[in-house]
Each structure stands twice: as structure tokens, then as C-alpha cells.
Design a protein around this ligand. Sequence first.
Ligand SMILES: NC(=O)c1ccc[n+]([C@@H]2O[C@H](COP(=O)([O-])OP(=O)(O)OC[C@H]3O[C@@H](n4cnc5c(N)ncnc54)[C@H](OP(=O)(O)O)[C@@H]3O)[C@@H](O)[C@H]2O)c1
Length: 339
Amino acid sequence: MKQRQLGTSTQTSPVDGSSTDPLTTSAIGLGCMGLSQGYGATDDLESIRLIQRAVDLGVKMLDTAISYGQGHNETLIGEALAGRREGVTVATKFGIIRDERGVHLDARPEHVSGYCDASLQRLGVEAIDLYYLHRVDPQVPVADTVGAMSELVQAGKVRHLGLSEVTADQLAQATAVHQITAVQLEWSLLWRQPEADIVPAARRHGAGLVPYSPLGRGLLTATLDHTNVDTSDFRRSDARFHGTHLQDNLRQVAALREIADSLHITAGQLALAWLLAQGPDIVPIPGTRHLDRLADNVAAADIRLDPADLHRLEEALSHLAWAGDRHSFAVPVTTRTPS
Ligand SMILES: NC(=O)c1ccc[n+]([C@@H]2O[C@H](COP(=O)([O-])OP(=O)(O)OC[C@H]3O[C@@H](n4cnc5c(N)ncnc54)[C@H](OP(=O)(O)O)[C@@H]3O)[C@@H](O)[C@H]2O)c1
């Protein structure tokens, strides 16, 4: 698999003088959330086999979070990586807590070390390669949380820091404390709002980009329609997958599929190749529970779209023709604004 670099160059922390090298990892990662929640039934043994197969196919970046299945997802990764951790980029997140009270945020500095220790134990690793703040906690200045995260780097428990779903201002405040290697964000043909602000901001601050839901939560694979789109909790609550919005979006997907057919690739592969073509600093993390789909997604790393293909896509899938605001827990931007 082709490799990519997150974080532009060796950066020095403005606060403690420590330096952070860029993080080299596979061009496409594996989003593991669906192996614990969100997209339907799972089988742990099959999930472990899928993670191992991904690593065998050259996928280095494995993306998880404390909140996915309340630790279940990290435990799965730990089991899958036993004896084969070398070369894998283990990326996890803290800050969203799911418990008996429901879902809430906690990024208080005094709790960060405890969350990290629990993740290290579940993952069965001595250090986390990329540790993200999943959501900024509105009760806590982001600089304070990142200060606590930077102590984990000094302690050797974490190698790189990341932020998920942040504004440009929050990224600036965080970067003033410690280099941020990666910004994770929802970004796909279905959701292009980040191109207006956080994508250029991340580049200004030398952070790489990790698009989540890069297949538009499955819609961009051209395998969903009004009969099966509701099979996922993750889509059920989201306006993009209902009523006239869904109809508009399916028209766009039909155009995507037509171009994919002409290139002899799948619609999902075209969606991933489009993201990869937006810059060398991008590592999408598609998720799947199925081995055949995993192979399809991984193969997208070798697809190179030329400027004519990209132009054709822009023409056929107008930016403005996608419909519906997004639904995601505690994210800064949910509204689709024309640009
Ligand atoms: N930072 C955050 O707040 C955040 C939020 C959401 C997700 N994430 C991360 O991003 C990862 C990916 O996002 P996501 O899983 O929400 O969305 P996604 O990757 O855009 O789409 C996943 C959906 O697409 C289907 N799919 C995958 N490959 C396919 C293929 N080749 N053909 C047909 N269908 C296919 C999957 O179904 P099957 O499982 O049935 O194959 C699933 O329904 C997650 O696993 C998680 O690690 C992060």
C-alpha cells in the first residue's frame, strides 16, 4: 500500500520544546467503529479476522475510540494485534463518554491520563501512535486539554496528538500548546463543508487530514436506496438519508456511479480516490464489516484520478446539489451552506 505523511515537517512544541516528527502511515486506513456500533450486527471473531486481514493488505492506520462500544472496539483491536503490532498506526480517541447516563463529553485535564491508561490496557500496546481529542469539551478550554495530552507524549504513552471535529480557532489554540499531527473530520463528496475552513486551517498549522465517513456512511458506494438506508443507526437520525434529501443525493450517487463505471472502478472506490486526490496530506479511514468490501476499499489507494477525471466529477456532481444537514454528536458545523 502507498504511504502518506501526516504532519508536514518536524515541529517543535512552543511550550516544552519537544519535537514531533511527521507520522508516516498507509494512504488508506480502517475505521473500526462499525465493528462495535452503528452499522448493524457484528461477530467478534470475524471482526478480529477483518482487522488482521486489513493489516495483511497493508493497512497501517487503525482508527478507534474509547466510546465505540464503550471500550469493546479497542479490546477487539488489542486482540487482533496480539503478536502483530509492529508497523501499525494505532489511533484512538477520548472525550466522548458513553455510559449508563447516555452520551456526554469529558475532556477535563485531570481525567486525560486515566482515559489514556485504560485505552493502553485495552489495546494491549505500550504507546498509542495517534491520540485524538474526540470532541472539544465546552466546559474546558481546548488548550488545557491539549496541555494534559502533551504530558502523555512526554511520558512516552502517546506519540502524536490529534483533534477530531474542531474549529479553526480551536486548532490554533491547541497548536499553541503542542503540535497537532492530524485533524479528523467528516469529509467526503457528501459533506464538503470542511473545505471552506478547517481543511485550509489544518494545512496552515501543519496538521494532516483524516476524513471519517469517507464513503458518506455507505451512501457513496451506490449500494443503498430508500429500502435499506435505514438499516444503520448512524444514518437513521441524519437528514441526508431521508425524503427529498435522499432522492437528491441518490441522483448524485447515480452520476458518481456512471463515472465510476466508465473508469472500471466502483462508486465507493471513486469516492475514496477523489479524497486522496485532494492532497498528499489526507488519509481516509473507510469502515466495513465485510472482507470483500475491505479489499475493494483498500484497492482505492492505487487509483490515480487525472485532472480530466476530477474535472468531470466536479461538473457531474455539483457541489450544491447534495442535500440535507448532517447529524453527529457535538460537532461544530452541522449546516450545509452553499459556497
Ligand atoms: N471522529 C469522529 O467523530 C468519527 C465519527 C464517525 C466515524 N469515525 C471513524 O470513521 C470511520 C469510518 O466512518 P463510517 O464507518 O461512519 O462511514 P463510512 O466509512 O463512510 O461508511 C461505512 C458504511 O459503508 C459501508 N461500506 C463500506 N465499504 C463498502 C463497500 N466497499 N461497498 C458497500 N458498502 C460499503 C459499511 O457497511 P458494512 O459495514 O456493512 O460493510 C457502512 O455501512 C469509523 O469506523 C470511525 O473509525 C469517526
